[in-house]
Design a protein around this ligand. Sequence first.
Ligand code: NA7
Length: 512
Amino acid sequence: MYQLYRLRKMGLSVKVFEDAGGVGGTWYWNRYPGCRFDSESETYGYSFSEELLQEWDWKEHFSGQPENERYLNYVADKFDLRKDIQFNSRVGSAVYDESEHRWEVILESGQRAQAQFLIGAVGILSAKYTPPFEGIDSFKGESFHTSNWPKEKIDFTGKRVGCIGTGATAIQLIPIVAKEAGHLTVFQRTPNYAAPLRNGEVDPETQMAWKTSYPELHKRIRETPTGFRHDFDPRSALEVSEEERLALYEELWALPGFKKWLGNFHDIMTNLEANETFAEFVRNKIRERVTDPVVAEMLVPKDHPFGSKRIPLESGYYEAFNRDNVKLLDTKKAPIESITPTGVKLQNGAEYEFDIIIYATGFDAISGPLTRMDIRGEGGQTFKDKWADGPRSYLGIQTAGFPNFFMATNTALCNYTVCAEMIVEWIADCIGHVREKNLVCIAPTPQAEEAWVDHVNESAAGTILSAADSWFMGANIPGKKRAVLLYANSAREYRKKVTEVAASGYEGFVLR
Ligand code: NA7
């Protein structure tokens, strides 16, 4: 939506093809109960329009999906974006014509459109993943993937519900469904380090304080390592006394949001020994909240460092397992064998009957939304082939051999919208440059791309990110090549790098 706004302001003719029936992307599709920001609302809204910032009141510190969708509709109306968006239009393929230097986009409906520039603004968590369980289509009850949730409210009252997955999504959903359902069975393969969200309503004074200081807030979050208000503590977890360490951990724990992850000792993310001090602190917090010690131990993560996966934020997640109507199963010990007409069957022979099955099984992240389209660049090379062994890009924005094709997705480890806005602006400026100079196209050199891929790999090598099987590494999808999908150096470094490249006249790119 911002890319459209930005390009249109430059006088370009822009057309957006959108699969959904309305605006919102993530906040259109993910309607499951409990879905909300894990980023502070005031840092997650658009920053580009002071008028919009002054007009919009965030009701909660971590705003929920219905409100987020209302916000995005408000933005679409305010800037009259809808007139250039064609809804219910799924793109099947996009082919580059080398002689004309133009892209042709072909929708699944057969409709065609041509353009000089093509932008994939497809998000990083939009290709939902459902494990190919045997018998999945035979289930006679209702089943939903969290990312394809119906608009109508699902009535769980008295129902037997199964939830597969315990990632950030399930952790938002489970406490709510547990309260409504007759019985809830949770199929957990890997426990997570979920931390308290500590959401609350925004009082009028806070609202006013935000509105009078948005410019300073945005300046600050563009300079922190992860695009949040939080900055890492410059001390090492290992250089302070145990008393001091625990004092910081307790202080962070009592605060809302990601501060316990992204405002912690800096070496939590780089040193396994430092990490373990906080990991054990979190494990004990989990143990304190779960009444049954056996269940508590099942919920305690032990196979990966804290923060090596995206930390889920929760509101009453662990207490849900103290309820009589909630059962936790370990599907690492007894994996799911199949989905049957009546429920779920495990490899140990146990069978569970359900009225509703929820698949909270995540996404083919980052590369998935692009590789599932048939995008063809120079020489007919497919994007899918090019990225078969992992992402190959320069700056996460373009890939060699696909001139004038931009990826308007944030792939830095950064508060998503904060870095996404920057990338949108970078792409708009780049297109402006190509047109002003009367050039026909821009694409990175293979050498610049190679160097960037090496740099991204090095940036992750210095961290604990590769110590877990997460979507950050593409390791949540069977058969997907394990590769670093996120730029793990700080968002600040990333901003600096892309800004320098543009200022140098697009070093590393070939402009023709
Ligand atoms: P995640 O974080 O990828 O979680 C998916 C969950 O589904 C996770 O617990 C998986 O277990 C589980 N899963 C996946 N496949 C299976 C199979 N075959 N059997 C059992 N369990 C399975 O997705 P979310 O939607 O929760 O969150 C994604 C991002 O969205 C999140 O990070 C936020 O940024 C927003 P596993 O851990 O792989 O053992």
